[in-house]
Design a protein around this ligand. Structure first.
Ligand SMILES: Nc1ncnc2c1ncn2[C@@H]1O[C@H](COP(=O)(O)OP(=O)(O)OP(=O)(O)O)[C@@H](O)[C@H]1O
Ligand SMILES: [Mg+2]
Length: 264
């Protein structure tokens, strides 16, 4: 479904500040894959998402989605079928607007050709969708989003993204700013939505346990390359210790025992 072929990305090309951020990256994502991605800071994970979403264009190589070459297709066009969620709960929703207005705006994005307005039918629909979050938000539809907690807000962003009807979901550490309890709630919802809406998903996380527990395939990036790619049964049998020792074998160096990466 998503094919990245021989992707290279350099920033500040042909200047003394040139950096080579993505190196010879090849990745084939199948429909309904749920791929978790780990790797240290600066490994190139977010850059990979920027390339897939069209936020940046590769220095060389080809990106195709559903057999269409989108290498140079602009971000707003890809946004029709790609939903992206970031770490910061404030980014996904507009603070000064009510829940229902926020939901309406995102919903319209997925169904541009339809003439829809926030009438009773839409409100009922949003209400019924909000019940799925199990956070009581269905009774707070006229409140501003700024009144919600980080976890509630991220859950709402997730729901809104799903309602905009994407085929591909890109999650960039979307639970990292939440406390463990809220992170677990949002992860449960994430799994539920991915399955319920057959979303093809890539999820970046610094939480190794999450990366192992969720999804059908796991990638580890380091220095702009995919150095570990594990799926199916082999992924089911993975442990944090195994991943760390695989890293050392491949890179001939110790895995940075990043507290965040290992602690949770
Ligand atoms: N627009 C840009 N211009 C210049 N350099 C960039 C740009 N975007 C990313 N980089 C550089 O590319 C490298 C990879 O960054 P990226 O954000 O992809 O890392 P990451 O794996 O997402 O890290 P983190 O876990 O910290 O989020 C970094 O060295 C970063 O400074
Ligand atoms: Mg990042």
């Amino acid at each position: 479904m998503i094919n990245l072929t021989d992707i290279e990305k350099r920033f500040h090309e042909d200047t003394p500040n040139e950096t080579h951020v993505i190196k010879n990256l090849n990745l084939r994502v199948k429909k309904n894959d749920f791929i978790t991605i780990i790797g240290s800071n600066g490994a190139g994970k977010t850059t990979l998402f920027n390339l897939i979403s069209g936020n940046i264009i590769p220095s060389s190589g080809k990106i195709s989605i559903n057999n269409r070459d989108v290498t140079k297709s602009p971000e707003y066009k890809r946004a029709k079928y790609i939903g992206r969620i970031f770490q910061d709960p404030l980014l996904g929703t507009a603070s000064g607007m009510t829940l229902e207005d926020n939901m309406m705006i995102t919903y319209k994005k997925g169904f541009k050709w339809l003439k829809i307005s926030l009438d009773r039918k839409m409100r009922d629909y949003f209400k019924q969708e909000l019940v799925r979050l199990d956070m009581g938000l269905e009774n707070r539809m006229k409140e501003n989003v700024s009144m919600l907690s980080g976890g509630q807000r991220q859950a709402l962003t997730l729901l809104m993204t799903v309602l905009s009807n994407p085929e591909i979901l890109l999650l960039d550490e979307h639970t990292a700013a939440l406390d463990p309890r809220n992170a677990a709630i949002v992860m449960d919802l994430t799994n539920k939505f991915i399955q319920g809406h057959s979303l093809t998903t890539l999820m970046i996380t610094h939480n190794m346990k999450h990366a192992i527990e969720h999804g059908n395939r796991l990638l580890m990036m380091d220095g702009g390359e995919i150095i570990i790619d594990i799926e199916g049964e082999e992924k089911k049998n993975l442990t944090t210790a195994k991943l760390v020792s695989m890293f050392s074998e491949i890179r001939k160096k110790e895995f940075e025992t990043d507290e965040v990466l290992l602690a949770r």
